[in-house]
Design a protein around this ligand. Structure first.
Ligand code: NAD
Length: 434
């Protein structure tokens, strides 16, 4: 089957590469010429473990190619996926659909025979019908269907998530589209990963409901963490005790500096906005957004308190700035709230991140970037563990403490313990909810 993938970001590129690995003939398109040039040279423009190898394999097999020419990619394709960004629209929290609609217009002009136009981007309920209207208006005679196929992959584990999904959700409104979608995902279906067929609106809603639920779970444990600190309970043990209950499950119960990333912040906002538009306020989601902002700000207070009430003139080393490990994605990372606040309060900030540097350098001006945690803590007053990259999970705390002027640690991912820190020579240690 010939597939065109419009947008080669974290979702489009991974999806395109994985579909080609299923055996389909995939052409990936992007309007960013620099990205396409790099891809054509065999370079992967993002950091995603395993993607380079899988991409090279399928390019070599002749099943995967890249172009800036959308019309050429769409010509003869039986399925055209839209995987462009849907960021928050400035000012009102709505998902910005301008990239999706622009892609739909371009696809309309390029359709040559029957094709299913599949939206993989996360889009508010009703968008697929809008995409259909846009294409119909531009090309009334075109033969096509639309389908909604929201993506659930996680950055950092994207290939495994795509190849071994908990489920694939497909919203369709015709049997013909269902057949095409079934054919595309047949390799997964044969391995018994469930495919859930729904109508368009239900598929669109599933994605927002799932993301808002996960954001709620994280925020819930972060709120419990705050109370744990007041009453002397240990949130790690609380989460373990909760998570062993099969009805609750142990995932997304790690207390930390608040959720960030390219999805939860914008998707919770878009859901809240959708609720307001339909006079059905999403009160839980609205509260989650508010509490999460407070959680991030609370981390700043924690660091300041640890530094005896002021960070002015102090040297603070931040370990990890990406929103989570194993990605270079900086979108809405907690570091973007915490680091500028520290600099604003007069701190000198040094930071280390294994993959985030390229993006982070522009987003976090005033930071002194270093490549080694031990060098970065030399004569520092405080070390902040912000992203739990593997290399920060087994630090030699003694060595770290020895190099610092005043050995203090704000462990915002609860990797270490107050006991270990004290034993290693840290005079101050704080974590979250313990
Ligand atoms: P991204 O910003 O990394 O990539 C989007 C790409 O689309 C960019 O390379 C951009 O140049 C390209 N593009 C935009 N308009 C185009 C056009 N008209 N023609 C060709 N290319 C065009 O975005 P992403 O993180 O991959 O997210 C894409 C969508 O998937 C979003 O709706 C997001 O919510 C959703 N999603 C993301 C994730 C994730 O973890 N990143 C997970 C699930 C769902």
């Amino acid at each position: 089957m010939k597939i065109a993938m419009i947008g080669t970001g974290y979702v489009g590129l991974v999806s395109g590469v994985c579909f080609s690995d299923f055996g389909h003939d995939v052409v990936c398109v992007d309007k960013d010429c620099g990205k396409i040039e790099r891809l054509m040279r065999g370079e992967v423009p993002i950091y995603e473990p395993g993607l380079d190898v899988l991409m090279a394999k399928n390019v070599a097999a002749g099943r995967l190619s890249f172009t800036g020419d959308l019309a050429a990619a769409v010509d003869g394709a039986e399925a055209v996926f839209i995987a462009v960004g849907t960021p928050t629209r400035r000012g009102d929290g709505h998902a910005d659909l301008s990239y999706v609609m622009a892609a739909a217009e371009e696809i309309a002009a390029a359709l040559t025979g029957y094709a299913v136009v599949v939206t993989k981007s996360t889009v508010p309920v009703g968008t697929n019908r809008q995409v259909r209207q846009v294409i119909k208006k531009a090309r009334p005679e075109a033969e096509f269907d639309v389908a909604s196929n929201p993506e659930f992959l996680r950055e950092g584990a994207a290939i495994d998530d795509f190849m071994r999904p908990d489920r694939v959700v497909v919203g369709v409104s015709s049997d013909r589209a269902k057949e095409v979608m079934g054919e595309i995902y047949r390799p997964l279906f044969l391995r018994e990963f469930p495919i859930l067929y729904t109508d368009l609106e239900t598929a669109e809603m599933i994605k927002y409901a799932a993301n808002a639920f996960l954001a709620t779970k994280i925020t819930f444990i972060n709120e419990i963490a705050r109370l744990c600190e007041k009453v002397g309970a240990d949130v790690k043990e609380v989460a373990r005790g909760m998570g062993l209950d099969g009805r609750i499950g142990n995932k997304f119960l790690h207390a930390g500096p608040g959720y960030g990333g390219s999805c939860f912040p914008k998707d919770t906002q878009a859901l809240a906005r959708m609720g307001q538009d339909h006079a059905v306020p999403m009160q839980i989601t609205e509260t989650v957004i508010k509490v999460n902002d407070e959680v991030k700000r609370r981390m700043i207070d924690k660091i300041v308190d640890l530094c005896d009430g002021s960070v002015n003139g102090k040297t603070i080393t931040v370990l990890g700035v990406t929103f989570k490990p194993n990605t270079d994605d900086m979108r809405d990372a907690p570091s973007l709230t915490i680091v500028p606040a520290l600099i604003g309060a007069g701190a000198k900030v040094r930071a280390v991140d294994p993959q985030g540097l390229r993006e982070a350098q522009q987003m976090l001006p005033g930071v002194h970037w270093m490549d080694d945690a031990y060098k970065a803590v030399q004569k520092a007053d405080c070390v902040v563990l912000l992203t739990e990259w593997n290399e920060f999970r087994a630090l030699d705390l003694k060595k770290l403490a020895k190099k610092m002027t005043t050995p203090r640690m704000a462990d915002l991912r609860n990797i270490y313990s107050a006991r270990d820190a004290k034993k290693a020579g840290f005079e101050g240690y704080v974590s979250v909810g313990r």
